[in-house]
Design a protein around this ligand. Structure first.
Ligand code: SAM
Length: 345
């Protein structure tokens, strides 16, 4: 009973349903903006529960739209909720939620891809990196076209401890197309293992929480949706700059169905390719006939460490760009082996 009392304290007053809000403000989903709304508050509560205990938390919700997840976040007893929404049509509905929550909602009309998250919350919330995560959370159900570039950007900021990570190890709970959620959490040798798996799992404990069937959204998207929770590690698995890890991982997965030596080889200019590829794999103690999907995080760590050493010995090496060489060769009418694009990171 006591628990019920605590929960009741945070409930929003009765409000029109999300469906009524959509009608009231004429918020028809824009197909060009890939808008798909969640109207079922039990489902939005479930997403928000995956973020952990939000009591007195400071939360940034990205893409609140008509405000389903927003209501669940407010009902979780947060101290402050910052919402970043690109589409102006949603602002009046969000203002209504701000009034209903006695001013807890700070509304930013803007683009999350350019929004400066490092200034979003009070400075006193900052925690040292090796402390527990700060009481700052990011939650969002964004269009897939935004969530993938955004997580890449946030992973880089996480590595540099900038953006939302100036507050410490800020946790994120975000939705992705089901296949992307599976790539983010894919383990060694699984079919979905990809660049995104290594980049995310190098820096975070990544959990694929649950799948939302497409039919739960209005309008229904073509695909199902995965809810993924990220908790940054104190130490990344690979202790090298983000750009070094990104370059090695991207190259290795360039030929995802071939032996890994093909991908490793494109880190090196043609004249030294054979020798350097053999040297890198030998020093990293990686079997050249493993497929990229079969490489463990330890394999990637060793590959990145050796590549970094080779770059330190040859300062021009890191700037070498296989794609550029390929382009030049094509312009000159020469042919060479082309990579199969690992299209979704
Ligand atoms: N969160 C709501 C829900 O679950 O019902 C809406 C989800 S809808 C898939 C995505 C929302 O993100 C839309 O409201 C859209 O306008 C907004 N959005 C899209 N791109 C954005 C961006 N770059 N920055 C901020 N908001 C964005």
């Amino acid at each position: 009973m006591a628990t019920q009392g605590v929960l009741a304290k945070y409930r929003l007053p009765p409000l029109p349903t999300i469906g009524e809000i959509i009608k009231l403000f004429n918020l028809r989903a824009e197909k060009q903006l890939s808008q798909n709304f969640l109207l079922d508050l039990k489902l939005t509560d479930k997403i928000v529960r995956k973020a952990g205990n939000l009591q007195n938390a400071y939360v940034c919700e990205v893409g609140p739209g008509p405000g389903g997840i927003t209501r669940s976040i407010l009902n979780a007893g947060v101290e402050e909720l910052l919402v970043v929404e690109k589409d102006t049509r949603f602002i009046p509905g969000l203002k209504m939620l701000n009034e209903a929550s006695s001013g807890k909602v700070q509304i930013v009309h803007g683009d999350i891809l350019t929004y400066r998250m490092d200034r979003a919350f009070p400075k006193h919330l900052k925690k040292p990196w090796d402390d527990d995560p700060p009481n700052v959370h990011i939650i969002g159900n964004l269009p897939f076209s935004v969530s993938t570039p955004l997580i890449i950007k946030w992973l880089e900021q996480l590595a540099d401890r900038t953006g939302p990570f100036t507050y410490g190890r800020t946790q994120m709970t975000l939705t992705f197309q089901k296949e992307v959620a599976e790539r983010l959490t894919a383990s060694t040798s699984s079919k979905q293992r990809s660049r995104l798996s290594i980049m995310a799992q190098n820096l975070c404990n990544v959990k694929n929480c649950f799948t939302i069937p497409g039919r739960a959204f209005v309008p229904k998207p073509e695909v199902d949706v995965g809810v993924v929770h990220f908790t940054p590690f104190i130490q990344p698995k690979i202790e090298q700059p983000f750009k070094v890890v990104e370059k090695v991982v991207r190259s290795v997965f360039q030929f995802r169905r071939k032996y890994c030596h093909h991908g490793v080889s494109i880190l090196f200019p043609e004249e030294s390719r054979l020798k350097c590829t053999e040297q890198m794999l030998r020093l990293a103690d990686v079997d050249p006939t493993l497929r990229p999907t079969e490489l463990t995080m330890t394999h990637f760590k060793k590959l990145c460490n050796v590549y970094r050493e080779m770059c330190d010995q040859n300062p021009n090496l890191f700037a070498y760009n296989f794609r550029e060489e390929l382009r030049m060769r094509k312009l000159q009418g020469k042919t060479t082996e082309e990579g199969e694009e690992d299209d979704l990171q």
